[in-house]
Write a protein that binds this ligand. Structure first.
Ligand SMILES: Cc1cc2nc3c(=O)[nH]c(=O)nc-3n(C[C@H](O)[C@H](O)[C@H](O)COP(=O)(O)OP(=O)(O)OC[C@H]3O[C@@H](n4cnc5c(N)ncnc54)[C@H](O)[C@@H]3O)c2cc1C
Length: 403
């Protein structure tokens, strides 16, 4: 059954079905087999809150297995060594993975090159030397990266970042602070955005460079460790071959990266929302109250109908925004609308599913609260709801009333 009249290109559908099958064969069984590891936070994190070596080994294994099976870099441009499937495949495959795997089988996060942790179209702008040095291990899934834009005093207004690159010989010395950099604690490279006289520039920086230090791991929602970090850069030496794009033009790379993040998070919201909605529908049929299944009460089923409407609309918006990106459009307004709508509707769908489950909705075993936490964060990451609405409103005021 399909609710969508838009016919996806065959390559996109095959890729999406293939990566879901990969997750069923390589991700979900690993969670089952390694349940002891995944249920023991003291084994998932080391004393500093970084992923443990045991977990890093499993993550690397999944990335590399997916690369070997031909899925990991399938949306990366062919010129970088990927299969070049583009933004629509990226949206569709992530949506399908989140929908199928839910929050419990979270190793799926490493099955497809994530826009910030893995190779992406962003790297089209790196030098030939950087391609030779960095790409093979990124494409094979052996190594990973992170995206260092946000700073302690520059979040929503990221263009006001304070990290500086000061000329020194043939290159520059980069100093400053980054915060909230996802995957930084375990990444091999970081795309660092820094201010120069010519404007903001971006550099590929190996995380073992002298002067690059993880200052602190940030812990969210009561976890004993985390995947976001604060980074200190102290006179880190970079050379021209490490530039991502041209000197002073790095902010366009930042905006493009954030666009990919918006597509990814829209897919995550729709996927988790659908997963939660399906769990709620099933539960409503088997849970009895007052002598009949709770599915007999419109107080239960109407909120689920609302979720179906919301998620259907969000899914169509996601497909549309990804198609616009593939057509070479910046789709700034459309991506902002899509991400803002999807994360709010996805979060609400999960919240309704929690309510449908009654007390069971709060238990660790179902994973609904994990989905809620994941989507609550997305109301802030990659553009807060307020900033997205600001962008939409500005476009409208400038005369872009196309809908
Ligand atoms: C889990 C997570 C992962 C992240 N990963 C990364 C990463 O990998 N790399 C990276 O560079 N960054 C990352 N970020 C940072 C993220 O992009 C920022 O948190 C986001 O841009 C918001 O910045 P801020 O948190 O400093 O909030 P602020 O900019 O300080 O905003 C605070 C509040 O003010 C509101 N606000 C600000 N300006 C306006 C306005 N003009 N009108 C109305 N309201 C306004 C905001 O919406 C928000 O509600 C991550 C964040 C999270 C939570």
């Amino acid at each position: 059954m399909t609710a969508i009249a838009i016919e996806l290109p065959e390559a996109v559908q095959v890729a999406s079905d293939g990566i879901v099958a990969f997750a069923e064969q390589e991700v979900m069984p690993r969670h089952a087999k390694l349940a002891d590891l995944f249920e023991d936070p003291t084994r998932l994190y080391d004393s500093a809150g970084r992923f443990s070596n045991e977990l890093i080994a499993v993550i690397t294994e999944v990335r590399m297995a997916s690369a070997q099976a031909g899925f990991f870099s399938m949306c990366v441009p062919q010129a970088l060594g990927g299969a070049g499937l583009g933004h629509l495949a990226y949206y569709v495959a992530w949506q399908a993975l989140f929908h199928r795997c839910g929050p419990k089988n979270w190793l799926m996060l490493y099955a497809l090159a994530h826009w910030a942790f893995g190779p992406s179209k962003l790297l089209e702008q790196i030098s030939d030397r950087a391609k030779t040095e960095f790409l093979p291990d990124l494409i094979s899934g052996k190594k990973s990266m992170c995206f260092g834009l946000t700073e302690p005093d520059a979040g929503s207004d990221a263009s006001r970042l304070q990290t500086k690159a000061v000329a020194d010989g043939q290159g520059w010395r980069v100093s400053g602070r980054k915060i909230w950099t996802t995957n930084a604690p375990i990444a091999d490279y970081c795309v660092v955005f820094a201010k120069m006289e010519e404007g903001i520039s971006a550099f590929m920086v190996p995380t073992d460079s002298e002067g690059f230090q993880i200052q602190r791991i940030i812990k969210l929602f009561g976890h004993i460790g985390g995947d976001e970090a604060e980074i200190a850069l102290d006179n880190v030496y970079v050379e021209p071959w490490q530039l991502v794009g041209e000197i002073g033009k790095g902010f366009s790379a930042a905006l493009y990266g954030v666009s990919l993040g918006r597509i990814y998070n829209s897919a995550r919201s729709v996927g988790y929302g659908r997963w939660a909605l399906e769990a709620a529908v099933e539960f409503s049929k088997i849970r009895n109250a007052f002598g009949q299944p709770i599915a007999e009460y419109q107080g239960i089923t109407f909120p689920l109908a609302d979720s179906a409407m919301d998620l259907h609309a969000a899914h169509l918006m996601g497909i549309n925004a990804a198609m616009l990106l593939d057509a070479g459009e910046p789709a700034v307004k459309e991506l902002s609308m899509t991400k803002a709508f999807s994360v709010q509707r996805g979060l609400t769908a999960v919240d309704r599913a929690i309510q449908t489950h009654g007390a069971m909705g709060f238990t660790n075993e179902l994973g609904l609260t994990e989905a809620w936490q994941a989507l609550r964060v997305v109301n802030v990451a990659d553009g807060t709801n307020e900033i997205l609405k600001k962008t939409i409103a500005q476009r409208l005021q400038k005369g872009d009333l196309s809908l």
